[in-house]
Design a protein around this ligand. Structure first.
Ligand SMILES: [Mn+2]
Length: 266
């Protein structure tokens, strides 16, 4: 049995189509999505329609929750008032996505479950209790086991942090799918997971990042997301990826911005 898990598409239809082309070659028996279908990309409506047409089941992500429960952002943002400019921008980006999606797609997002549990593995967006909070890539073994053992499966898969990894621990393998869009590990390619008879393999897929950037240009706060798409900057702050990325790239908290256009080709 071959299962593919595609997570954190973040409204990027160009990256999604590249992954779908790769899936045709890999020919999994089942494809699931790991949530965060929307937010940050040029076509959240296109992405939701495509996932619905393909019949992929999946789980709810924090970005999806923001579409049907706007106040979730206030709850998450409350401890970080110093980042108020960023929260405001995320709200404006969310409003654009809600307009594009319309009530029917948002209603569909609101019905996504917190987890998908199969015989041999379980899938959540961040953790079993929350689609906002998860261990970070550098988490200790014990923290990963503590976060996911309640699912009682030998393999647990999550997305959310946009940093793919496979950690084989005592009694449990914890896997992060990485992100189709807005990778956060320095590699701008799309990332997704294949589980081949219980063995987890991360796949990376090149796509036309500059085409997505052209599509995004002119949308609210596109400079943030364009920066994130180009740099795939590693996270540094221990908060949610979006927060980390936006802080690092776009609030200029570091003296040297990592958001630079690639040098023109010779
Ligand atoms: Mn995400």
């Amino acid at each position: 049995m071959r299962v593919a898990i595609v997570s954190d598409i973040h409204g990027n239809p160009i990256a999604l189509e590249a992954v779908i082309a790769d899936l045709r070659v890999q020919a999994p028996d089942l494809v699931l999505h790991g949530g965060d279908l929307v937010s940050g990309g040029s076509g959240p409506d296109e992405v939701v329609d495509r996932v619905q047409d393909l019949g992929w089941s999946g789980v709810v992500g924090n970005s999806d929750e923001l579409m049907f429960r706007v106040e979730a952002l206030d709850e998450f943002a409350a401890p970080y008032p110093n980042l108020s400019a960023m929260w405001g921008a995320i709200r404006e980006m969310g409003a654009r996505d809600r307009d594009l999606l319309g009530p029917e797609r948002i209603d569909w997002l609101s019905r996504l479950p917190m987890s998908v549990v199969q015989d041999s593995f379980a899938l959540v967006h961040a953790s079993p209790q929350s689609c906002w909070l998860s261990p970070q890539p550098q988490a200790a073994d014990a923290a990963l086991v503590a976060a996911y053992r309640s699912l009682q499966r030998p393999l647990v898969v999550f997305g959310h942090i946009h940093v793919p990894f496979v950690r084989m621990l005592k009694g449990i393998t914890v896997v992060n799918t990485g992100a189709v869009s807005l990778s956060c590990d320095g590699d701008q390619r799309a990332s997704y997971l294949l589980i081949d008879d219980g063995t987890a393999v991360i796949r990376r897929v090149e796509y036309d990042v500059e085409r997505e950037i052209r599509e995004l240009t002119g949308t609210p706060h596109a400079d943030w997301t364009i920066c994130m798409l180009r740099t795939a900057a590693p996270s540094a702050f221990g908060l949610h990826t979006m927060v980390e990325q936006a802080s690092a790239c776009c609030l200029r908290t570091s003296p040297t911005s990592r958001c630079r256009k690639p040098a023109p080709e010779a």
